[in-house]
Design a protein around this ligand. Structure first.
Ligand code: SAH
Length: 357
């Protein structure tokens, strides 16, 4: 099998149709192949038993393997699982599975590393390597779904909330989302996919218009001076610009914007911050996730005390917003929010300039 070749999992159905036609195969072969890849989760060409031998040989000769390489797999006390996955150029990324009552959520990475440098996030501290391709995003889902199925675990939801800023890799993310939503394949619907962004304002509309998935915004502060420090992207797209984009956002039906807010002790956790946040959200159909801060070695912050979090929640509740204090899942294996890092032990991080939008 060639180390490099066509990445089938990065092709839309139309592109796959064109490729297969170019090989002189009948159109119905596309349906069969799509089903092998996305429904039956076959990762070996030889397993695709109803394809002709010639077609299978052609696939083996021309196409790249359809799975990342698992380097490590850890299971936390609460059942959260984390994989360190190696891509074909040796880069490594992390993918996290969060089992819950009645559903299983996969937290998928969109970049190797991250260029945003949010001061409380460990992924940011390790620098940015590169964007993932659509195939590399899709294959995280195929790999984990296949692996989980062997243990009777179901992957029902996807959050683009792992390493990276998905809206700085919009084209690949959009393509991957369309492939994952395809009814004849993985078939995970728009309501079961959430894209989380630090607020790349010029790209927000496209998420609603072109993808229709749920949108989560990492807010973390409602004063520009503070948000400039916590989420440096705010210097480019400030709170007023972000708010205006969300007032104009094409929300479908009864859906709401999800706001994520990490509570940092003595930094952004006062009752005044909560009241200011309620004012900020006014007019935007919203629900709020308060996230306990997950510390990492050398980080300059501490988690807000429980009574501060409860008070913060109560103020938002009283202002009419559904507000949930999220469980911190998988913290004992560093699988929780902001703890992901793709580096193998001993690897050096590289810092690149952020992609411009
Ligand atoms: N770049 C995207 C997606 C990745 S971050 C974004 O900013 O939304 C996913 C979520 O984890 C964000 O809300 C982020 O702010 C949060 N997070 C990052 N570091 C964290 C930490 N140390 N503790 C708790 N949450 C953290």
């Amino acid at each position: 099998m060639p180390a490099l070749g066509i990445r089938l999992t990065g092709l839309s159905r139309a592109e796959l149709t064109e490729l297969v036609a170019g090989w002189g195969e009948k159109p119905y072969r596309v349906r069969q192949l799509w089903s092998w890849i996305y429904v039956r989760l076959a990762s070996e060409w030889d397993a695709m038993s109803d394809l002709s031998k010639d077609f299978r040989r052609r696939l083996a000769e021309s196409c790249a393997p359809m799975r990342p390489l698992p380097v490590t797999h850890q299971v936390a006390a609460d059942g959260t699982e984390k994989w360190l996955l190696q891509l074909q150029d040796g880069q490594t990324i992390e993918t996290v599975f969060i089992p819950e009552e009645g559903r299983g959520t996969l937290c998928v990475s969109s970049q190797a590393g991250c260029s945003l440098n949010c001061s409380f996030c460990h992924t940011g501290a390790q620098g940015f390597s590169r964007n993932l391709t659509a195939a590399e995003i899709v294959e995280q889902v195929l790999f984990c779904r296949q692996d989980l199925a062997q243990r009777d675990r179901r992957l029902t939801n996807i959050v683009l909330m792992g390493m990276g800023e998905p809206l700085y890799n919009y084209d690949a993310v959009a393509k991957a989302v369309h492939i994952l939503m395809d009814d004849a394949g993985v078939a995970i619907g728009t309501r079961k996919i959430t894209l989380s962004t630090a607020g790349v304002v010029p790209r927000l509309h496209a998420v609603g218009r072109e993808l229709g998935v749920n949108l989560a915004i990492s807010l973390h502060a409602v004063r520009d001076d503070l948000r400039d420090q916590l989420v440096p992207l705010n210097r480019k797209y400030n709170l007023a610009a972000l708010r205006q984009a969300l007032l104009d956002y094409p929300l479908k039906g009864s859906r709401r914007i999800t706001w994520e807010y990490v509570l940092l002790s003595g930094v952004n956790d006062t009752p005044d911050d909560a009241r200011e946040m309620a004012r900020y959200l006014r007019g935007i159909p919203s629900k709020v996730n308060l996230i306990p801060f997950n510390p990492w070695p050398g980080c300059p912050y501490e988690p807000a005390p429980a009574e501060r979090m409860l008070r913060f929640q109560e103020i938002l509740h009283q202002a009419g917003y559904v507000t949930v204090i999220r469980d911190s899942r998988g913290a004992d294996i560093a699988a929780a929010c902001g703890q992901l890092k793709g580096m193998l032990p001993g690897a050096r991080s590289r810092v690149h300039a952020p992609a411009d939008v």
